[in-house]
Design a protein around this ligand. Structure first.
Ligand SMILES: Nc1ncnc2c1ncn2[C@@H]1O[C@H](COP(=O)(O)OP(=O)(O)OP(=O)(O)O)[C@@H](O)[C@H]1O
Ligand SMILES: Cc1ncc(COP(=O)(O)O)c(N)n1
Length: 267
């Protein structure tokens, strides 16, 4: 019988299709990893911002996880928006025994600037969930919240990545430079080595969902057995192509193009 690597995302929704669960599933599909999703929050949002949010109950989140885990094996999983301590606790309870790679996108604020998680949950995420991760993928503002330090330079980014591994127990930390100036440079610290991933900065405001798309691509590649640094390099190539071929959809910060690699044939 034919088998296929599978990926699971545990995250919030984006009905406008550029971020959250929708971006994750598009990415899994495009990268040929069978995609599954557990919804934590339903978010009324679009390219201009967040209009409303409704969180699912802990029991419903746990039941969704149980439905997937009891039936279909997956080789990697990611979390995105985990809005509060109760949701984090429910998810943590179900994933803590899993041995598959765990990619955490510590979603805190939408690209529009709207907050997506409560303040007390930020500390809980760092203390309770970070130690479970294979890799955490914060952007600059998220890195500052987690480490409690200002991040202004490449050196700050690398120090923060080390701090997340050595002080807070993350398996590895990928600090993303989308919010810096100049080239789009990300640093991955895996506990031994610092890896650098660099791409030219693309002049566009179509960055809605770049963080979701990048972490989903890393998840899909890890589900196929790529070691972390290779999965990150391939994920970086995927998200860069997706930004380069992005669309002007909506009145705000547009989404990326999840099938861009077909146009660039970078696969
Ligand atoms: N304009 C750009 N040109 C090229 N690469 C970019 C650009 N903006 C972001 N990136 C890259 O996209 C990836 C996502 O990084 P970013 O820091 O934007 O994440 P994020 O903040 O979580 O996403 P978002 O901006 O959607 O919230 C990183 O690899 C980053 O370097
Ligand atoms: C449900 C959900 N999860 C995550 C993000 C962050 O996405 P981005 O920061 O890339 O806009 C988002 N807007 N919505």
């Amino acid at each position: 019988m034919k088998s296929i690597p599978a990926s699971l995302t545990i995250a919030g929704t984006d009905p406008s299709g550029g971020a959250g669960i929708q971006a994750d599933l598009k990415t899994f599909q495009e990268l040929q990893s069978y995609g599954m999703s557990v919804i934590t929050s339903i978010v009324a949002q679009n390219t201009t911002g967040v209009q409303d949010v409704q969180h699912l109950s802990e029991s419903m989140i746990k039941q969704q996880l149980e439905s997937v885990i009891s039936d279909i094996p997956f080789q990697a999983f990611k979390t995105g928006m985990l809005a509060n301590i109760d949701i984090m606790n429910a998810v943590g309870e179900k994933i803590s025994g899993l041995e598959t790679p765990y990619i955490m996108d510590p979603v805190m604020v939408a690209a529009s600037g709207d907050p997506l998680i409560s303040e007390d949950a930020q500390t809980y995420l760092r203390d309770q969930l970070l130690p479970l991760t294979t890799v955490i993928t914060p952007n600059i503002p998220e890195t500052e919240v987690i480490t409690g330090k200002t991040v202004e330079t490449s050196e700050d980014m690398q120090q923060a990545a080390k701090q997340m591994v050595h002080e807070y127990g993350a398996g590895a930390a990928l600090v993303k430079g989308g919010h810096m100036q100049g080239k789009a440079v990300d640093f991955l610290y895996d506990g031994n080595q610092m890896h650098t991933f660099t791409a030219d900065r693309i002049d566009t405001t179509n960055t809605h969902g770049t963080g979701c798309t990048y972490s989903a691509a890393i998840t899909a590649y890890m589900s196929q057995g790529y070691p972390l640094p290779e999965a990150v390099q391939k994920g970086k190539d995927y998200v860069t192509a997706a930004i380069r071929h992005s669309f002007s959809i909506g009145y705000g910060s547009g989404p990326t193009n999840h099938w861009a690699q077909r146009e660039e044939k970078v696969k």
